[in-house]
Design a protein around this ligand. Structure first.
Ligand code: SAH
Length: 256
């Protein structure tokens, strides 16, 4: 309490995980169930939002590619404004708040305004998708390095991804559906073999999940042919290859 005024609220930057509500942390679930105000983005599953109290105030600040409903500065300002007005804010974000979630910027804005921020990690979609598709991102025999990159960012072509993909390495691309042709071209130009296995995981951990596979050179075709939509992740590396059993089943289908 400052000079008898309303006490300042706190902001909780909370990771909502990849989709399936069972993948929320206990801390995230508790915060969602007790929240008076939830500010969430478009990736948060409706089932998770349904866990909130019926009288909780819900503000959607959904961001979709090239259709930003609320600029980041306005989201930052909203969090600060609500906290200064005395409200605790649960800021729910898909996956983990600090993996391509702009959580860093929101935390900075709050701190700059003197608002206390707590960060609750979430299962990033990269880990959720890998588990759901049974793709081990590291594997003793085929991958000892894993990297996360953004396929949709300022100056994609200027980003130096050399060395992030290839033998013994797994590359996970977030936000790469729209830029799939540029991504395949860039990696092949960097020296990656065109037949490196790729898996595209759409709607990971949700009922509508799809796992599509093919060689890197065919990634752009795969995305168009299968009408892949966001949210989807692209996993590039030997670990993304079709499992042995599936290959054997396919071979049987062909010979029958
Ligand atoms: N903070 C989030 C990432 C936000 S960027 C996290 O940690 O997961 C948004 C991108 O995340 C999407 O474009 C997509 O590449 C990926 N993504 C998020 N949820 C996903 C899901 N359920 N299935 C597949 N990809 C997902």
């Amino acid at each position: 309490m400052l000079n008898g005024q309303t006490p300042i609220g706190r902001v909780f930057l909370v990771g909502a995980g990849p989709g399936d509500p069972d993948l929320l942390t206990l801390r995230a679930a508790r915060l969602v169930m007790n929240a008076g105000l939830i500010v969430h983005d478009g990736l948060v599953d409706p089932e998770i939002l349904a866990m909130a109290k019926p009288d909780a105030r819900m503000i959607c600040v959904a961001k979709r590619r090239s259709r930003h409903t609320m600029p980041q500065e306005d989201i930052n300002a909203l969090l600060v404004h609500e906290a200064l007005a005395g409200n605790d804010v649960v800021r729910l974000k898909g996956g983990d708040p600090f993996i391509f979630g702009r959580g860093g910027e929101e935390a900075e804005a709050c701190r700059a305004a003197g608002v206390q921020v707590d960060v609750v990690p979430g299962i990033t979609s990269a880990l959720g998708a890998a588990a759901a598709a049974q793709i081990p991102l590291t594997h003793r025999s085929s991958a000892s390095i894993v990297s996360f990159v953004a396929g949709q960012c300022k100056g994609l072509t200027d980003q130096n991804w050399a060395g992030l993909a290839g033998k013994g390495r797994t590359l996970v691309v977030f936000m790469g559906v729209a830029t799939a042709p540029a991504i395949a071209e860039k990696l092949i130009a960097d020296g990656l073999a065109p037949d490196v296995p790729v898996a595209v995981i759409e709607n990971a951990t949700r009922a509508a999940m799809r796992v599509l596979r093919g060689p890197l050179a065919q990634l752009p075709d795969l995305v168009v042919r299968e009408r892949v939509k966001s949210p989807a992740l692209i996993v590039i590396g030997d670990v993304a290859a079709r499992p042995e059993q599936e290959l054997r089943a396919l071979a049987l289908e062909v010979t029958e």
